[in-house]
Ligand binder design. Structure first.
Ligand code: HEC
Ligand code: HEC
Ligand code: HEC
Ligand code: HEC
Length: 114
């Protein structure tokens, strides 16, 4: 596993993710287009008080996502998590802003879509 990982010391390093991830405007549009309501994700009236609960109800948690997607995204699955405080779904998959990969603070690996 270590061989395929390039741990980078500089936070400024570039990283490469599949274009749908890097280029997207956020996950909300696609869900709304599939007739899902705002409140599927926004469980409280306060839109800003959002949590990942909705995501997990429909998709499963981080471990379940890891099991479901396996090696679909290349050697490193973005749903693999070794940190004491794992990133929430919505830290990477943002609702209305381009997605980001929180791992790239420390790593530089490619995510592919098979
Ligand atoms: C009401 C159920 C529901 C909720 C809530 C929900 N999703 Fe989804 N999501 C879906 C469905 C259904 C699809 C489409 C699956 C397909 O087409 O195979 C999908 C697709 C996706 C995709 C793939 C998008 C793509 O372009 O391929 C991502 C990523 C995703 N959801 C992340 C999230 C995240 C993050 C949240 C929480 C902010 C969330 N979802 C909340 C049901 C839900
Ligand atoms: C560290 C960043 C990160 C976190 C945290 C994260 N994801 Fe992802 N997820 C990705 C990347 C990168 C992809 C692959 C690109 C894409 O499909 O958007 C992906 C893909 C997906 C897909 C599409 C799966 C497919 O088969 O194409 C779904 C659904 C999804 N994530 C749901 C979730 C849910 C639910 C959570 C929280 C339990 C979560 N993700 C947490 C980065 C993350
Ligand atoms: C797939 C899940 C999802 C759906 C569906 C969704 N949102 Fe969001 N929304 C989020 C997330 C996650 C955030 C947190 C900020 C971010 O990531 O963009 C958010 C934040 C917001 C905010 C606060 C913006 C800010 O800058 O603080 C508003 C307002 C909002 N959403 C409105 C809506 C409306 C209106 C709809 C229905 C048309 C909707 N959202 C559908 C996931 C979703
Ligand atoms: C705060 C910095 C940091 C962040 C953020 C981070 N990692 Fe790591 N990661 C490390 C360090 C340090 C190691 C250990 C490197 C070694 O042992 O050579 C490591 C090791 C790994 C390994 C190899 C583990 C093994 O068992 O061989 C994988 C895979 C990995 N990280 C994936 C991820 C993914 C996916 C994310 C994002 C969800 C992430 N990391 C976020 C610092 C980080």
């Amino acid at each position: 596993m270590k061989k395929i990982l390039k741990i980078v010391l500089l936070a400024l390093s570039s990283f490469c993710v599949v274009s749908s991830f890097a280029g997207s405007s956020g996950v909300a549009d696609m869900h709304v287009a599939k007739k899902m309501e705002c409140k599927a994700c926004h469980k409280s009236e306060d839109m800003k008080a959002i949590t990942q609960d909705g995501c997990v109800e429909c998709h499963g948690n981080q471990k379940e996502m890891l099991a479901k997607t396996g090696d679909k995204f290349g050697p490193v699955n973005p749903h693999f998590n070794h940190q004491p405080k794992p990133a929430a779904c919505i830290q990477c998959h943002r609702g209305h802003k381009a997605a980001r990969l929180t791992c790239s603070k420390c790593h530089d690996f490619e995510i592919q879509k098979k």
